[in-house]
Design a protein around this ligand. Structure first.
Ligand code: ADP
Ligand code: MG
Ligand code: MG
Length: 499
């Protein structure tokens, strides 16, 4: 990506052209299910309206070479995380509640205890499904200098925006096809906008697990949050599974499952009771696969009973996406430990560790070597982010906030945090379009774009990992000048123009 091109993004438009593109974009989004539920204190049970998802008017330039590299890396990451999830000793040591992060982080500890209880009772489905998303930023520490691809994090639970990412890629293709973006940039040609088939790919992952369960008439269950606004992202998968794979879906919250879920003694088949809602007078359905779009944050477990419900699901023979130990494998602490000397190599000689290494920023634990980890974080605060064992955004501490945060952090809690060097993204801009934001139309903003690569892996002890790379996502965030462009400003869906 040449620096001269970067400084000219987004291409120049007249007001009239910008308004025309905005009209085409928002109407395309609404017609093609690139939508969210509107903000409301209480959502009606059956929604009556939707708003278009926040979107970027232009696709964002991304070097073709780094895009190809990210897709290639996905195979290595799929296999690596599958093997981490199967390595009981490693996970006990890193995430456990006796010697690992679970000692000082209650949420991690509760998840780990569920897993250990299952191990003690000897009752777990041996197959696991991961629908993963590995996230990257471009690293360009010197203006006009080389650009490399660096991993932000690897998600093993509730990786979202897979299906909407396909819809936004199609939206940008539509704008290119219908308007040629008014010839505003030579890069904006259809052949530079890569196809994105995440809907089929992610559904294939779920269908692969369903098939491996070997009970074709069973259903797949989506465990969801009450009040979720991003429901259409989930519904697209549901429609694809029924239409292409003839698999039925039931959606349940952890609250509902406290009474609706039952594990049949003996067979340990998971059944969900849906009296009055099933054909032929059936009272309940058998579940082949449990797909968690909830359960990744402690807020999803407001009482201990919610952890008990998770235990009940985990104790069944249904295949979990993810199982509780695959969720633990996705911890930020695991990501950091994998970058330590020789650690990644222990997960198999067939994994391209040197390729993986090229995507890592420097990381260490705050508990490293007595006070050394904290000392180093203080010294280098201006180029660091600190992360706890949490998902879903808004949990990190950046740069100038780090010293004060470290002053207040009890020594005993250091183990739950990692320090990571900041990725320095190239300067780009875009027009961002949000519904119901109070701002009219497209707003020109300086942005940071985060690439996500989706992959699935079906795996278990003593069998090869069945894995695939299944598409991509670009999320673009407004740069917040006071936080040096790393803080999550508002985030929109975006797609790639390869350069
Ligand atoms: P979460 O699991 O909550 O999404 P992330 O590790 O993805 O946590 O961090 C949230 C956001 O913080 C990222 O989307 C990115 O914008 C920013 N971020 C995280 N790590 C870095 C980093 N090393 N350099 C720059 N920005 C980062
Ligand atoms: Mg995450
Ligand atoms: Mg993230």
């Amino acid at each position: 990506m040449s620096s001269s091109m970067v400084s000219h993004w987004p291409p120049t438009l007249t007001d009239q052209q910008r308004e025309e593109l905005t009209l085409r974009a928002t109407t395309y989004a609404l017609s093609h299910g690139l939508i969210y539920l509107p903000v409301a204190d209480v959502q009606p049970p059956a929604p009556t309206s939707a708003i278009h998802a926040p979107l970027a008017l232009f696709p964002s330039p991304f070097p073709r070479k780094q895009f190809e590299l990210a897709k290639r890396l996905q195979h290595a990451y799929n296999v690596l995380y599958a093997r981490v999830a199967l390595d009981e000793k490693f996970l006990d040591r890193i995430m456990g509640a006796e010697v690992g992060v679970g000692r000082v982080d209650d949420f991690t500890g509760e998840l780990w205890k569920i897993w250990k209880r299952l191990c003690d009772e000897g009752i777990q489905q041996r197959l696991h499904l991961g629908l993963f998303r590995s996230d990257y930023l471009l690293h360009a520490p010197e203006k006009g200098g080389p650009v490399s691809l660096k991993q932000v994090e690897f998600n093993t639970i509730s990786s979202s925006f897979g299906t909407l990412s396909q819809n936004i890629a199609n939206l940008h293709r539509h704008l290119a096809a219908s308007t040629e973006y008014f010839n505003s940039s030579p890069f904006l040609k259809l052949q530079n906008l890569p196809p994105n088939e995440t809907i089929a790919g992610l559904a294939e992952g779920l269908a692969t697990a369903h098939k491996a369960y070997e009970s074709p008439s069973a259903w797949i269950m989506f465990v969801v949050q009450a009040g979720e606004r991003n429901v259409f992202d989930q519904r697209w998968l549901e429609y694809e599974l029924l239409e292409k794979h003839s698999i039925h879906i039931v959606r349940q919250t952890l609250d509902e499952l406290a009474t609706s879920a039952e594990v049949v003694p003996g067979s340990r088949i998971l059944r969900v009771k849906l009296p009055g809602l099933l054909p032929r007078g059936a009272e309940s359905v058998e579940i082949s696969t449990v797909y968690f779009r909830a359960g990744y944050t402690p807020r999803d477990y407001p009482t201990h009973a919610h952890y008990q419900t998770r235990y009940v699901l985990e104790s069944s023979v249904a295949i979990k996406c993810p199982s509780v130990q695959l969720q633990l494998a996705g911890g930020k602490k695991v990501q950091e430990v994998l970058t330590q000397r020789d650690v990644a190599f222990q997960f198999g000689e067939d994994i391209e560790v040197n390729l993986l290494r090229s995507s890592w920023m420097g990381m260490w634990g705050l508990d490293e070597n007595g006070d050394y980890g904290v000392h180093k974080a203080r010294e280098q605060a201006h180029k660091l982010v600190l992360k706890p064992q949490r998902e879903g955004g808004g949990n990190n501490v950046y740069k100038e906030d780090i010293p004060g945060f470290l002053d207040a952090l009890p020594v005993s809690e250091r183990e739950a945090w990692i320090a990571m060097e900041l990725i320095e993204t190239p300067d780009l801009g875009n027009y961002l379009v949000r519904a119901g934001s109070g701002t009219e139309g497209a707003v020109k903003t300086e942005v940071v774009s985060e690439l996500g690569i989706f992959g699935y892996a079906l795996f278990g002890p003593g069998r090869p990992v069945e894995e695939k790379e299944v598409g991509w996502l670009l999320r673009t965030k407004g740069k917040e000048s006071n936080e040096g462009g790393v803080a999550a400003g508002f985030s929109v869906l975006d797609s790639l123009v390869l350069v």
